[in-house]
Design a protein around this ligand. Structure first.
Ligand SMILES: *[C@@H]1O[C@H](CO)[C@@H](O)[C@H](O)[C@H]1NC(C)=O
Length: 466
């Protein structure tokens, strides 16, 4: 037998043995990971605990003239930009010629007061939970006289560098009757603590686990004991934590961006790299993970922000909160590189192309929310909390999630695992869709695709249970 074939066969038998062991290992590691125990009533506000106030207050986005003038003044300062290298486009990060164009547009054409009125189209609210003012926006279900339509509550969670601004285009597709769907949603869009109008913690240790508890309390306060979840980015991770820790409260969970970092998927990743396509990782899923060197290269290129935010958030926060131009550079670059994997090679990172999937003014709305609330530092601190030894030790990825689940894989997102990987975490996958287009900011880029996938999932779950 040729040597090459022999070594393949050895690998193949080894793979079968390991694969057979995977199931056992999964069961065992699951059994060994206890559910994290959270303080049921912590105080994240500054100083000592104060008297509780459970009221839900109306809130309007109303930036003061003083703050608006201050932004205009800062945007009018002479720019201190560095000419980009010739033909570099976005390969060195934010191209400063592009930045100059964006700042000019922001200063001269973008009209905050008009945008603010649009952002107030949906009602906003504030309520105090565990010592923090938690903001949320609400999209009310409209059956529009349609018969046999079920109204269901949905908690819709944003990520970084996003805010509730991500959801204006998808909102009407969720709150009004859609073709081939018998459900509409009463949508609650909270701001993660430290993002936008939600107050940041004064105390260390508020990770996605603690956020899950805060958001459950929010939903209960609003009268929802059972509800659906949808999220990408941190929204996906917070939703997963909620569905894992509070399965009795979750009717179903729908995710864009999903990764389970546990033994089973990690072994499969390595085996899949050694073995031919079709054995551990299907032919169709190859593109999601391999070639490994290329994927690791992409990961190294695109995740520097994550390392700095997880380790020195206050340093980068200070640099970004001092200048709207710096803040725009940092956030706009993410919108370029995370909507399409090859955008960094494009002129203007693709941002100013006619076909760029997100309107620049919508990204500026999002940046304005970070700017006016001064929340960039507290938003990046969330990485430090989520990657802290304490948060990581909870190992939630190894605890099974048994609620009905759905994954929507957008091809240009940072990372999505194949179904047989994510199944190590989610035991009841109702649907897994490979989208043909779209990236990380799915709700902004492809609201119709995301909404349709979500409606389909919920309709399946609802008819299954009846
Ligand atoms: C930048 O864009 C131009 C025009 O499309 C292209 O010719 C050039 O190769 C790009 N540079 C890089 C580094 O991809």
């Amino acid at each position: 037998m040729p040597l090459r074939l022999m070594s393949w066969m050895k690998l193949f038998s080894a793979a079968i043995v390991i694969a057979a062991l995977l199931y056992k290992i999964r069961e065992k590691s699951m059994a060994e990971s206890p559910m994290p125990e959270l303080d049921p009533d912590p105080w994240w506000g500054p100083g000592e605990r104060e008297k509780g106030d459970d009221s839900v207050r109306n809130f309007k986005i109303a930036i003061s003239n003083q703050d608006l003038d201050d932004l205009k003044a800062r945007l009018s300062l002479p720019l201190r930009l560095t000419p980009p290298l010739e033909n570099a486009n976005f390969t060195y990060g934010m191209n400063q010629n592009t930045l100059k164009e964006i700042v000019q547009h922001w200063r001269l054409k973008y009209d905050w007061r008009k945008r603010e009125a649009l952002l107030n189209y949906y009602p906003h609210f504030m309520t105090k939970i565990e010592g923090l003012d938690i903001h949320f926006m609400r999209g009310s279900a409209q059956t529009k006289g349609a018969k046999n339509i079920k109204v269901l509550p949905l908690l819709l969670i944003h990520g970084w560098p996003g805010t509730f601004v991500e959801f204006y285009d998808i909102m009407p597709l969720l709150t009004t009757p859609q073709e081939d769907s018998n459900v509409v949603f009463e949508v609650i869009c909270p701001s993660i603590p430290g993002y936008g109008f939600s107050q940041g913690s004064a105390k260390q240790g508020l990770s996605h686990l603690e956020t899950a508890q805060i958001f459950l309390k929010l939903m209960k306060r609003l009268g929802y004991d059972q509800f659906y979840l949808q999220g990408g980015d941190w929204g996906s991770i917070i939703a997963t934590s909620m569905a894992t820790m509070y399965p009795e409260n979750i009717l179903g969970i729908h995710l864009n961006m999903f990764v389970a970092n546990s033994l089973g998927p990690n072994l499969k990743l390595i085996l899949g790299a050694i073995l031919p396509a079709g054995i551990v990782v299907s032919h169709e899923d190859q593109e999601k993970l391999y070639p490994l060197t290329e994927k690791f290269g992409m990961f190294a290129r695109e995740t520097g922000y994550l390392h700095i935010q997880a380790t020195k958030p206050d340093t980068i926060g200070a640099a970004l909160n001092q200048s709207p131009v710096s803040l725009a550079a940092y956030i706009m670059e993410k919108f370029s590189s995370w909507t399409h994997r090859d955008n960094y090679k494009e002129v203007n990172g693709g941002l100013l192309h006619k076909h760029f999937p997100i309107d620049i003014d919508k990204i500026l709305d999002n940046i304005c929310i970070y700017w006016f609330t001064g929340s960039i530092t507290t938003s990046v601190r969330y990485y430090a909390e989520n990657f802290s030894p304490k948060a990581v030790a909870n190992n939630l990825d190894s605890i099974p999630c048994r609620v009905p689940s759905a994954m929507s894989a957008f091809p240009h997102d940072l990372l999505n695992q194949p179904k047989n990987f994510i199944a190590h975490k989610f035991y009841d996958i109702v649907s897994y869709s490979d989208q043909l287009v779209g990236g990380h900011f799915a709700a902004m880029e492809r609201p119709k695709l995301l909404a349709r996938d979500f409606h389909q999932f919920v309709n399946t779950v609802e008819t299954r249970e009846n």
